[in-house]
Ligand binder design. Structure first.
Ligand SMILES: Cc1cc2nc3c(=O)[nH]c(=O)nc-3n(C[C@H](O)[C@H](O)[C@H](O)COP(=O)(O)O)c2cc1C
Length: 389
């Protein structure tokens, strides 16, 4: 008899044939591993599996920077975007390079400290200030796994690592069939849905569904307005005015998030409209080529919001090119309250479902703690730009 392990719900079953689905959580066979071959125990193990499953799309390189020597940028040019960045991938690279250009001041003289990595985000306790970013559409990439399994991998993996996963939206999600909301509901509200900037009436329907699913917050990726694939599938997306944003903020009792903010002007407009979380992001460089890196614009946006009196009232998240706990510390030092991981969490879930996401998040938490320790930071709220050089 062979022992099989479901990487999405951690259940085991003994049988000769490989199961087609997990009998417990119904995960697809792609998420079920033969235990005699050994289970992944490190993020590297998970990356090795993901590399095989994402062949031709992403080689799960140790350095994911959108450079021309990488499959996503080299081979996707002029083809569908895959895992890469828009155009020549400059926005993608600027995200990574802007973080690489920052250095941490090592401070080792002082009282011994045990850094506390925990924080609160909209009242949710997080063991560390990192969440799974809103992503979607993985079912269509190399048939990696069914979309619901992907959503569950992110939601459960993040929860088991002591944090929360955001979920995205794409052309084959509708109010009638929505993998993200279905899974969040099944997982008792343990996820934050970010919808594409669809028509207001469609968004209101989705927001109501998010409330019914017990989501702690809801939002839209404003920078998804350029998606032509949505329109091609009869689900048009739009630029949103301040009036539109305020209408949605007032429509829901949930804290509202706007993602895809890259300028102080847009951030102020959202804050004035009552948005609770400004998510600074260029969508991993996937929606407009030639933007600055997120780490370049974050200090000005954070300082501007604070100066306008929004400190403590409006939270800031940052994502784009964050690959390590050291990068997390840099984003926090630049003014983010929390940080999101995109491609790394996709790869982790493709490699080993919830288990993969949990392993990856645990690794980030540990390196973030080490980074806090070595820069002499005991508490997240005390971290500021003075630790950078
Ligand atoms: C394949 C893929 C799908 C994505 N789907 C969405 C989405 O549905 N909604 C969204 O807000 N952002 C989406 N994003 C952007 C991520 O949320 C995040 O902003 C970005 O990946 C962060 O950069 P990083 O990948 O360098 O960490 C997607 C990114 C990738 C790579």
């Amino acid at each position: 008899m062979t022992k099989w392990y479901c990487t999405n719900c951690y259940s085991q079953v003994e049988q000769n044939e490989a199961p087609q689905n997990c009998s417990n959580c119904l995960a697809h066979e792609k998420l079920i591993l033969n235990m005699s071959e050994g289970l992944p125990t490190t993020p590297e193990d998970v990356r090795d599996i993901a590399r095989k499953k994402l062949k031709g799309l992403c080689a799960a390189y140790p350095l994911c920077d959108g450079n021309f020597d990488k499959i996503c940028q080299k081979e996707a040019y002029g083809k569908p975007i895959g895992f890469g960045g828009a155009g020549q991938g400059m926005s993608f690279r600027n995200n990574v390079n802007s973080l690489m250009n920052l250095r941490l001041k090592m401070r080792v003289v002082g009282e011994h400290i045990e850094p506390d990595t925990s924080t609160k985000f909209l009242g949710i306790k997080l063991d560390f200030p990192v969440m799974g970013s809103s992503t979607a559409g993985i079912e269509k990439y190399n048939d990696a796994m069914p979309e619901k399994d992907f959503c569950r991998a992110v939601i459960r993996g993040c929860k088991d690592a002591g944090t929360i996963g955001w979920r995205g939206d794409t052309w084959f999600y509708t109010p009638e069939s929505n993998p993200a909301l279905e899974v969040i509901k099944e997982e008792k509200g343990a996820g934050i849905p970010i919808f594409k900037p669809r028509a207001q009436d469609v968004l209101k329907k989705l927001i109501k569904m998010a409330e019914d699913a017990d989501c702690p917050a809801v939002g839209i990726d404003l920078d998804g307005c350029g998606s032509t694939i949505m329109a091609r599938h009869g689900q048009p997306v739009f630029r949103k005015s301040v009036k539109d944003i305020r209408e949605l903020v007032e429509f829901t009792s949930l804290p509202f998030i706007t993602k895809g903010i890259m300028t102080l002007e847009d951030a102020m407009a959202c804050a004035d409209a009552g948005v609770k979380v400004i998510s600074i992001s260029n969508h991993g460089g996937r929606v407009l080529d030639s933007t600055p890196g997120v780490a370049e614009v974050l200090p000005e946006i954070s300082a501007g919001l604070n100066a306008a009196g929004f400190k403590g009232k409006v939270l800031i998240t940052a994502d784009g090119g964050v690959r390590t706990g050291y990068d997390v510390l840099k984003m926090i030092a630049l003014g983010a309250d929390a940080v999101l991981l995109g491609r790394d969490i996709i790869r982790a879930s493709v490699g080993a479902g919830s288990l993969g996401v949990q392993l990856h998040m645990d690794h980030i938490r540990k390196t973030f703690k080490k980074a806090m320790f070595m820069t002499g930071q005991a508490k997240i709220k005390d971290i500021d730009k003075n630790i950078l050089c």
